[in-house]
Design a protein around this ligand. Sequence first.
Ligand code: RET
Length: 266
Amino acid sequence: MTQTEIFQFIQNDTLLSASLWVNIALAGLSILLFVYMGRNVEDPRAQLIFVATLMVPLVSISSYTGLVSGLTVTFLEMPAGHALAGMGAGPEGGVFTPWGRYLTWAFSTPMILVALGLLAGSNLSKLFTAVVADVGMCITGLAAALTTSSLLLRWVWYGISCAFFVVVLYILLAEWAQDAEVAGTADIFNTLKVLTVVLWLGYPIFWALGAEGLAVLDVAITSWAYSGMDIIAKYLFAFLLLRWVVENERTVADMASGLGSAARGG
Ligand code: RET
């Protein structure tokens, strides 16, 4: 199947293409809004939180442009035992695999964690661990989506990805929640933590239920599920975080940073 054919396949499915275009539009608006919101931020730490957060819609607009154009989408024949196996590859058969989504998560989600870690006053060890585990989660999730030789191995990749995810959850829920108390940012951190943990749990659930997993949900519904979660986990999340940073720049500037004391922990 050529890229043009894939592009046309997506355009012909209004529900599917709308799930992608909506995010391109919202990411574009978010970029403009966030640049405007951050125009007077002067503290370097607050600026770093801003830059990390601004990267989220920038990666997102790139990700969705790749998907909508057909560049980062393919149709894969599923291994024996999969609910959609034996359909061949192509628009009439094969499973719609938006692999660009999983790839670009490896660039966007670490930015979310950097922003959260800075907000919580994380030390460098925890920040590094969270980011590396998160990239591991995304890349092994990509491997799960692209493995076509064995159904078992698709789910083995899925399991490895979940193991990385547990590390991220632990740092968010246990380590950074405590750090944020010390840093005096617990209120906003806890709001964003709950938003993040609840929404991020949705991604592996929808992957498992979607066409690439157990095939309970069809392609357009799965795509909308991710797009809807993205809207809240990225743009709403970023907006809440940046609004708080603008209003509390002094608190951010005065935060005792653990970043320089990785070896000592704490
Ligand atoms: C996969 C499948 C394999 C198991 C796990 C997954 C988790 C994905 C997550 C994605 C979060 C994405 C966000 C994107 C916004 O930019 C890869 C679906 C655990 C948590 C927040």
